[in-house]
Design a protein around this ligand. Structure first.
Ligand code: CP
Length: 306
């Protein structure tokens, strides 16, 4: 049994093995594969989610797991029950794993004594490891080799957990990471090189546009959406200057016409819906890995830590 909290906690061998398994599942998917079992998994979402929540639920169903769905709006969390007690409750009910999205950075640190796998579906502006796995799977399918690839991450770098998880693992895998966005949202802790939006878009093999994380901002954005789009967005005009084979990615949900032009979302360069499909395969592989891994046998990726 293992946790999936930050990709930095996994070795490259483990990451590649999850990606290999995700790819294998993708290939078996067309043959209608399903493996029934009685593993009980609970999904605890304290923040809104469409892709991650339903993708985890789809992954669990495809694995034949039994599912407990929790909503913070209709549970005893409303009466003040702590996350720890909620997870202990799921453990007592027999859950082998919990998938948690929570607004608190590093919420999982308070769950150390619990004897089930925790899969982090997003902790505040911290990490989003399964989004990074599905992004890696998409990049592997497109380019085969990740080493040497140039990936641009553009937008709200300060508050985006996708930016953090993606930049860290891409850097570990030998990609050149270009970062760009408004100065107020710079994040000096991210590995990568800051460039202008135009440079990032022109040089990248893959351009990852980030959603503006309004819900985490202390102050409302003091820039009209149209101005943000012109200055930092992927406009149709900028997209014309992308390299011939380069692709566009976005973790979703997209603010169409803000982070990127509406017409680009479903353009031939866009991999937005492919990312969502890959989310199911990546999460199936991540769930299998977390539930089946014996942590006592794991080798921590100490030497590889950034
Ligand atoms: N990419 C992502 O985390 O989307 P949701 O917030 O809809 O889950």
């Amino acid at each position: 049994m293992a946790n999936l909290l930050r990709l930095n906690d996994l070795s490259i061998i483990e990451i590649n093995s999850i990606l290999d398994r995700a790819q294998q599942i993708k290939e078996m998917n067309d043959e209608g594969w399903a493996e029934p079992n009685h593993t009980l998994v609970a999904n605890l979402f304290y923040e809104p989610s469409t892709r991650t929540r339903f993708s985890f639920e789809t992954a669990e169903k495809r694995l034949g797991y039994q599912i407990l769905n929790f909503s913070s709006k209709t549970s005893s969390a409303l009466k003040g029950e702590t996350l720890y007690d909620t997870v202990r409750t799921m453990e007592s009910l027999g859950a082998k794993a919990v998938v948690i999205r929570h607004q608190e950075l590093g919420y999982y640190k308070a769950l150390g004594r619990i004897d089930l796998s925790i899969l982090n579906a997003g902790d505040g502006a911290g990490d989003h490891p399964t989004q990074a796995l599905l992004d890696l799977l998409t990049l592997r399918q497109e380019f085969m080799m990740l080493r040497g690839l140039t990936v641009a991450i553009i937008g709200d770098l300060r508050y985006s957990r996708v930016a953090k998880s993606d930049a860290e693992v891409l850097n570990r895998l030998g990609c050149r990471v270009l970062l760009s966005g408004p100065d107020a949202w710079r994040n000096e802790s991210l590995p990568g090189t800051y460039v202008t939006v135009d440079e990032a878009i022109e040089e990248a093999d893959a351009v990852i546009m980030l959603r503006i994380q309004h819900e985490r901002h202390e102050h409302a954005m003091n820039m009209p959406r149209e101005d943000y789009h012109k200055r930092y967005g992927l406009t149709a005009e900028r997209a014309l200057r992308m390299k011939p084979e380069s692709i566009i990615m976005h973790p979703g949900p997209i603010n169409r016409g803000v982070e990127m032009d509406d017409e680009l979302v479903e353009s031939t360069r866009s991999r937005y819906f492919k990312q969502i499909k890959n989310g199911v395969f990546a999460r199936m592989a991540a769930l299998e890995w977390a539930i089946s891994t014996d942590t006592k046998m794991r080798v921590e990726p100490v030497a590889e830590k950034l």
